[in-house]
Ligand binder design. Structure first.
Ligand code: ADP
Ligand code: MG
Length: 209
């Protein structure tokens, strides 16, 4: 498929809410090991609030409006470190998509890369710090390398992010609560890298032909 449409973007958000809720116990278990155990609950609270706003009929005329609504809602409901990071990410997507009804693979990659840069700026995180940045960065590189249709690009992103989330285990955490553990953060996967992989997995799911 060559374009992500507004209807698919809406389905992406719904699918993310479902997959986050299903995997909440796992995300919290990961956060229990190197944080405070709330990542699953935080993310579920946020995406449940988003879906409620959408089903209550919040008006989103374009991709910009949809992502802005997601960002504002996550900002006000998720809390923790991940709330401002995911909230800022979607607000940035909203800005990039103002007035747009569709995105082709190249535009979608550029929009996600801008969102990644927002996370890095806000969190002062770089690749290798054992955060959600470690899942999203290689996923975007994979999208650039994939053939230029939305189905292949998002599939590449999802597979790469899944793999990259697993590869955060041997890393030493340099940001967020996990960094307080120092060497003891080694050997556990990062919860935020895992939630980011779920988000990209949901995107690939709705872009599947
Ligand atoms: P908290 O750590 O406040 O309890 P969460 O548990 O919801 O918040 O989210 C933790 C996740 O947030 C981490 O696994 C990591 O991926 C991400 N994170 C934390 N701090 C940063 C940061 N400075 N930059 C990027 N990501 C971060
Ligand atoms: Mg936590």
């Amino acid at each position: 498929m060559d374009q992500l449409t507004l209807a698919q973007a809406r389905s992406w958000i719904d699918a993310t809410a479902s997959v986050i809720a299903e995997n909440a116990p796992h995300l919290s278990e990961l956060d229990q090991a190197i944080g405070d155990g709330d990542h699953g609950a935080n993310m579920t609270r946020g995406f449940t609030a988003v879906v409620k706003k959408l089903t209550d009929g919040a008006k989103t005329d374009d991709l910009g409006g949809l992502f802005k609504l997601v960002g504002m809602t996550l900002l006000s409901s998720v809390g923790g470190a991940s709330g401002p990071l995911y909230g800022g990410f979607f607000l940035d997507l909203g800005k990039q998509c103002a007035g747009k009804q569709t995105l082709d693979a190249q535009a979608l990659t550029a929009v996600l890369e801008s969102g990644l840069n927002d996370i890095k700026r806000r969190g002062k995180a770089e690749i290798g710090d054992k955060t959600m940045v470690d899942a999203l960065t290689p996923a975007i590189e994979a999208m650039k390398a994939a053939s230029h249709d939305v189905t292949s690009a998002t599939r590449a992103a999802a597979e790469t992010a899944r793999d990259a989330a697993t590869k955060t285990a041997p890393l030493l955490a340099r940001k967020g609560r996990a960094s307080y553990l120092g060497e003891r953060s080694i050997g556990h996967e990062d919860p935020g890298a895992n939630s980011m992989a779920l988000l990209l997995g949901a995107l690939a799911g709705v872009c599947h032909e």
